[in-house]
Ligand binder design. Structure first.
Ligand code: 8DG
Length: 180
């Protein structure tokens, strides 16, 4: 089983667009266009596989730094979801999902990722993993979720068929003892 992470950074953008002379503010999420590996060409949050000895929280922070150059304090990461992806009835990947509204630095591209701030209302679900439209909107609203997503058709996971899912919302997500 692969253990992996995703990290969704959120900010409020004052667009300055006037609606009846009121300044409109818009929440934005930092997505990446993945340049290689699993999910290449699709949008996702920064993230990736845990390295040996690393906690999920440390992994989410490292991957966000490596892929887009933002620095996040561990205390500012909020656990938002735990997602299990099965492939042909076996657990393929367990993914820890975090969100944060506090970070330092400006997003910059890397070999793995092209970052893009996207209005939360305009997330390009048609260019993402098929299951994301089921859980990411709630996560971006601040909810928590535990989900299981079944894929069939053999490796690689991103070419398999998404066949069924189960979601439990607004759960308390326990942090592991080493994932403080
Ligand atoms: N949003 C979303 N992300 C997913 C799904 N399934 C899935 O594995 N992921 C994530 C978990 C990981 O963050 C990422 C895959 O890990 P990765 O980016 O390290 O994979 P890779 O093959 O590119 O590995 P590497 O070469 O960088 O080592 O994709 C899904 O259905 N939706």
């Amino acid at each position: 089983m692969i253990e992996a992470t995703l990290c969704f950074a959120l900010r409020v953008d004052a667009t300055g667009e006037s609606v009846d002379d009121n300044q409109r503010t818009e929440r934005e999420v930092l997505l990446i266009e993945k340049r290689r590996g699993l999910g290449e060409g699709w949008y996702n949050g920064p993230g990736g596989k845990l390295e040996a000895g690393e906690t999920p929280r440390e992994c989410a922070i490292r991957e966000t730094r490596e892929e887009v150059g933002l620095e996040i304090d561990p205390a500012d990461l909020e656990k938002a979801a735990e997602l299990t992806f099965t492939l042909d009835s076996e657990i393929h990947t367990f993914c820890h999902v975090y969100r944060t509204e506090s970070f330092a630095g400006e997003a910059r591209p890397s070999e793995e990722a092209r970052p893009e701030w996207v209005p939360v209302e305009d997330v390009p679900y048609d260019r993402m993993w098929e299951d994301d439209r089921l859980w990411l909107p709630g996560v971006l609203e601040g909810r928590t979720v535990v989900g299981e997503f079944a894929f069939e058709g053999g490796e690689p996971l991103d070419e398999a068929d998404f066949v069924e899912h189960d979601l439990e919302w607004d759960v308390t997500l326990e942090e592991g003892a080493d994932d403080g």
